[in-house]
Design a protein around this ligand. Structure first.
Ligand SMILES: [Zn+2]
Length: 387
């Protein structure tokens, strides 16, 4: 989701971006506000209707941004790195580096957003009242922003994970039960139920009141919430299964190595065609030298396979991501995701000891998940806020 976004700026190391879906919503909200202002203030000119509508919707998104910024600043104050804030169709998302390690921290980060929205509601209410009849445009803008920010504060307090209210619920459950995974499962279960409720409510609204626009809107938010809740359960079980697992615990130790002096023709004939393996570790006397993949072999014209050596075609050690046997699997997975790597050699003092591949980790993971589900906080937290 964060991938397809336009980067705006960076604030205290936090990347701020707009997801492409945001532009559609900006247009829809501006359009709907224009219609609203036109019916409430028929004596305004069309230009006035549009100008006030555009200013209002931009301030609305600024409000959502401030809500996310409130979560992020509390996280930063607690020593948790914040990667990005992205505004998208259904609100905003703050990507936070890791899960808070205490229920209180989780609570404080979660509650900061709704507090920010409530303060904004109060602020806009004052603006609207001070403007009065003298500054009608400002009064209309402030009035709408006050009520939408109040709704934002209230809706996000609904106790369904990953909404803020769901995070508060999780923090409380985590504090009471002492189990992060259990708290997440319950809070996310509540999130899924609320998600389904919103979908049904949206359909009902469309059928009964004929207001299909708001109904669909509600249903989409419900669908988004349901998916996000499901995903977070998966992520928590994934990371809780892998917490504390180190490279040496699950790496493949029986991985054959080849010499860098070998010609590509021999590697293909004697090793690749016979084993079907697509990636080979290159080592000399046990010393890790590099990694050669099918992809790299194919990059060399077939006529040259008898001349080119494995050492010339491989990714050399200097450009490889290598881990030690003690490295945590969660770190290895993050490196794989970040660098789009499929295999990571494990070496100790330069000696090759094993290989970790994405497939291998996933296989071990699914086996472990069938057998056990220990508890422990995971590495990634995405706070989702719906409008
Ligand atoms: Zn929030």
């Amino acid at each position: 989701m964060i991938g397809q976004s336009v980067r705006l700026t960076t604030i205290r190391g936090i990347e701020v971006g707009l997801h492409y879906s945001w532009f559609i919503i900006l247009f829809l909200i501006t359009f709907s506000l224009t219609t609203r202002f036109a019916s409430e203030h028929p004596h305004w000119t069309t230009v006035e209707h549009y100008t006030v509508a555009i200013a209002t919707s931009l301030l609305f998104f600024a409000s959502i941004f401030l809500h996310e910024l409130a979560h992020s600043f509390v996280a930063l104050a607690k020593g948790i790195h914040v990667r990005s804030i992205t505004l998208f169709a259904f609100g905003g998302v703050a990507q936070i580096g890791r899960e808070p390690d205490r229920p209180l921290t989780e609570f404080q980060i979660a509650v900061a957003g709704p507090i920010a929205s409530a303060l904004l509601a109060v602020g806009f209410w004052f603006v609207s009242h001070l403007a009065g009849d003298q500054f009608e445009h400002v009064a209309a803008l402030g009035g709408w922003l006050a009520s939408i920010n109040l709704m934002l504060a209230i809706f996000n307090l609904v106790p369904g994970f990953p909404l803020d209210g769901g995070r508060i619920l999780r923090a409380v459950l985590w504090h009471v039960t002492g189990s992060f995974a259990k708290a997440t499962r319950i809070a996310a279960g509540s999130g899924q139920i609320i998600g389904y409720g919103l979908i049904l409510g949206g359909i009902w609204m469309g059928l009964v009141t004929g207001n299909w626009f708001s109904g669909l809107w509600l249903a989409f938010i419900g669908w988004f919430l349901r998916n996000a809740a499901q995903e977070s359960v998966l992520q928590v079980s994934l990371s809780s299964v892998l917490t504390g697992v180190r490279a040496e615990d699950i790496m493949a130790r029986d991985c054959p190595t080849v010499s860098g002096r070998m010609r590509l023709a021999e590697l293909v004939q004697e090793h690749i065609l016979k084993t079907g393996q697509r990636c080979f570790v290159v080592a000399e006397g046990g010393r890790l030298e590099g990694l050669v993949t099918l992809h790299q072999i194919k990059a060399v014209p077939q006529s040259r396979w008898t001349d080119v050596s494995v050492g010339e075609a491989m990714t050399p050690l200097a450009k490889l991501r290598v881990v030690t046997p003690e490295t945590l699997i969660l770190e290895v997975l993050q490196a794989m995701e970040g660098g789009d790597i499929n295999q990571v050699p494990v070496a100790k003092d330069g000696q090759f000891v094993g290989l970790l591949t994405r497939d291998h980790i996933l296989r071990v993971l699914s086996t472990k998940m069938e057998l056990e589900l220990p508890t422990g906080p995971g590495p990634i937290r995405a706070s989702a806020d719906a409008v």
